[in-house]
Design a protein around this ligand. Structure first.
Ligand SMILES: [Zn+2]
Length: 352
């Protein structure tokens, strides 16, 4: 019989993960989605393509696997962390609270199998967001935390005890040497957040860049809640400039490849192209005629029509290729449309 904490854990995972991942989680938690909401009245979405899904999680709700040599990744199906076992202890990359105590369980399992230390000595922070760092405090005070200087500033501001501030910070780049292993961290400008960094493990052919490309899936709502849309659009090319074979995107159930990044870049490019066409093609006249002096109603419906014009062909093109493209493409298209208008000035007209 499962303990209360196991039951709570599963219930939390089911609810929390369902918020972000929908159909994938029914598989992950083995049908724990017994929600009282009238499920049969909810909208239908296209099935998740098998290529978007990763390995099944175990009884405790996690999967741990090798990325390359002594670099491992752990997932709950929705979030991802990674860790490097070294001769002096373990370097952990991110600590999502949804994986929580399963991070140490995964490390214990791998350390026992390989006869190496299971003690986390360092945690590298990808960026300051709580959904990727909220289990950091589980590893105590005697851990060296590494992050961008802006991550430190934002965490001091947020004052959240679950996310201790980094002890070691950097501005543009830094190479870390831990137990004979090399980790290169770099900041190449704002994107998803002001402090999101590129974590490169050159001796493991791996790049970790969180909340940009979620391999196999379209971005979460509003372009993964991007805080800087032009920076987010530029990020994949910066990622591709590094040599790597394995990609850790911070989300969903599998690792990525360079091919995944190419598909994602094309998806974003297709959206941008269609949005630029929509901005000069969709006729505003009927919206302003219909709503008269209610400018917001006219703008809202006009922009909804532009978004639909841009998103519909992209949704059709990527169905079966990127999971949930019918769920979040419109939301992402709206954010990119606003950036093209406001950041690039595209479609602006000066009154004659
Ligand atoms: Zn984030």
């Amino acid at each position: 019989m499962p303990s209360t904490s196991t039951t709570n854990r599963r219930s939390f995972l089911a609810r929390g993960a369902a918020l972000a991942a929908g159909p994938a989680i029914a598989t992950v938690v083995g049908g724990a989605l017994a929600e009282p909401a009238a499920a049969d009245t909810l909208p239908d979405y296209a099935p998740v393509p098998p290529s978007a899904l990763g390995p099944a999680v175990n009884e405790q709700g996690y999967y741990v696997g090798r990325v390359e040599r002594n670099l491992y990744w752990v997932t709950d199906g929705t979030y991802q962390a990674a860790f490097l076992t070294t001769r002096n202890g373990v370097v952990l990359f991110d600590a999502p609270p949804t994986i929580g105590q399963n991070i140490q369980r995964a490390i214990d399992q791998i350390a026992a199998d390989n006869g190496v230390s299971n003690k986390v000595t360092h945690i590298v922070y990808s960026h300051h967001h709580a959904d990727h760092l909220g289990a950091s405090s589980l590893f105590g005070k005697n851990v060296t935390r590494i992050g961008h200087e802006e991550t430190r500033r934002l965490l001091l501001r947020d004052d959240d005890p679950t996310r201790p501030v980094p002890d070691v910070t950097f501005k543009t780049q830094r190479t870390l040497h831990v137990g004979g292993e090399r980790i290169d961290v770099a900041w190449h400008g704002t994107n998803h957040s002001p402090d999101n960094i590129y974590i490169h493990l050159p001796d493991h052919d791996t790049l970790m860049l969180v909340d940009i490309n979620l391999p196999g899936w379209v971005p979460f709502a509003s372009f993964n809640l991007s805080e800087d849309v032009p920076g987010t659009i530029a990020a994949p090319a910066k990622a591709m400039a590094y040599p790597w074979k394995h990609f850790i995107g911070g989300h969903m159930g599998r690792l990525g490849t360079r091919d995944d990044m190419v598909v994602y870049q094309q998806y974003v490019t297709d959206l941008i192209d269609n949005i630029k066409t929509a901005l000069v093609t969709v006729d505003p006249t009927p919206f302003f005629t219909r709503y008269g002096n209610n400018s917001w109603a006219a703008v809202k419906e006009y922009q909804a029509a532009q978004v639909d014009y841009a998103a519909a062909p992209v949704i059709e093109k990527y169905t079966g290729i990127l999971a949930a493209d019918d769920v979040y493409t419109a939301s992402t298209a709206f954010i990119i449309l606003e950036s093209i208008r406001l950041d690039l000035g595209f479609g602006s007209q000066i009154h004659p």
